[in-house]
Design a protein around this ligand. Structure first.
Ligand code: ADP
Length: 273
């Protein structure tokens, strides 16, 4: 056998192994999610059943009110879980096309601009190169951005600075989007659980609004299905940075009208030198 056919055979085997590995990873994710959902719903049902029994046993108003409160909170939690699961299901078609990530990011920022202002969060957008083309499913990557932006805003309960950087690294063939906040940072023990489905530190408030712990696990799943990576760096008392890297595409894409609008407004957009 010639050296070149050896190399071709080796390449074929590596490609096969990669495919098998990807498939195995996919199955792990689906399996992990299914067992987490079962676990979470069992917890909710146990609460509902136990407090319903308690409410039936105790006839006094205070015990019944307490039981109703617990049942209501469990129902609201179940509803947050199903809403979160819907965004998994509604990820739309798998169609991917060359998209300018600068345009995509600025479109999402326009959606959250008012909310940031309302919570005294100053936005800094740094576009280090433009366009930054990547072959993506735009809806899915928008969802990733939205999750990261909402988390960052929620981390800055007393206001702060949100820095979003978009850049393309032609040499490395990578597009990168990072979202940095000046929130409290993430303790090391939380950092290791961050991407697990249903992991949340956000307690429900009186309206039943809280976390469902699905945001970051959805982000990771979407980014990895695009053969990208999502990483996090955090320092207690200083803040947190999430970075998403995706393969950079060679295709030409349209320049962003939304970026132009944000830049014309001038106030919060910085172009890094
Ligand atoms: P949820 O927002 O519903 O809690 P996520 O999966 O999006 O679910 O986030 C999981 C947890 O990660 C959050 O509850 C929070 O503890 C932590 N987290 C995420 N983003 C940040 C951030 N920017 N700063 C601090 N903690 C964060």
């Amino acid at each position: 056998m010639s050296a070149s056919s050896d190399v071709a055979e080796l390449r074929r085997r590596v490609a096969d192994l990669e495919r098998q590995l990807l498939q195995a990873q996919k199955l792990t994710t689906v399996g992990e999610l299914a067992s987490s959902i079962t676990h979470e719903f069992n917890n909710v049902l146990t609460t509902v059943i136990n407090y319903a029994k308690l409410g039936m046993r105790h006839k006094d108003d205070a015990s019944r009110d307490k039981a109703f409160d617990k049942i209501l909170a469990a129902g609201q939690r179940a509803s947050r879980i199903t809403t979160g699961l819907l965004s998994y299901a509604r990820r739309g078609t798998e169609r991917r096309e060359a998209t300018d990530l600068v345009k995509l990011v600025t479109d999402v920022l326009i959606l959250v601009e008012k909310d940031l202002e309302h919570h005294r969060v100053r936005l800094e957008l740094k576009i280090e190169s433009q366009p930054v083309p990547s072959e993506v499913n735009a809806g899915q990557i928008q969802q990733v951005m939205l999750n990261l932006l909402v988390n960052a805003r929620q981390a800055m309960a007393n206001g702060g600075v949100l820095t979003v950087v978009v850049r393309g690294d032609a040499k490395a063939g990578l597009a990168e989007i990072s979202v940095r906040d000046t929130g409290p940072g993430i303790p090391p023990d939380v950092l290791t659980k961050l991407f697990q489905p249903f992991f949340t530190t956000k307690q429900a408030d009186e309206k039943g609004q809280g976390g469902n712990g699905l945001g970051l696990s959805l982000c990771r799943e979407v980014v990895e299905s695009h053969t990208g990576r999502i990483t996090v760096q955090s320092r207690l008392g200083e803040g947190t940075t999430f970075s998403v890297t995706l393969p950079l595409a060679a295709a030409a894409v349209e320049l962003s009208p939304a970026a132009a609008v944000l830049q014309r407004r001038g106030r919060s957009v910085a172009r890094a030198g």
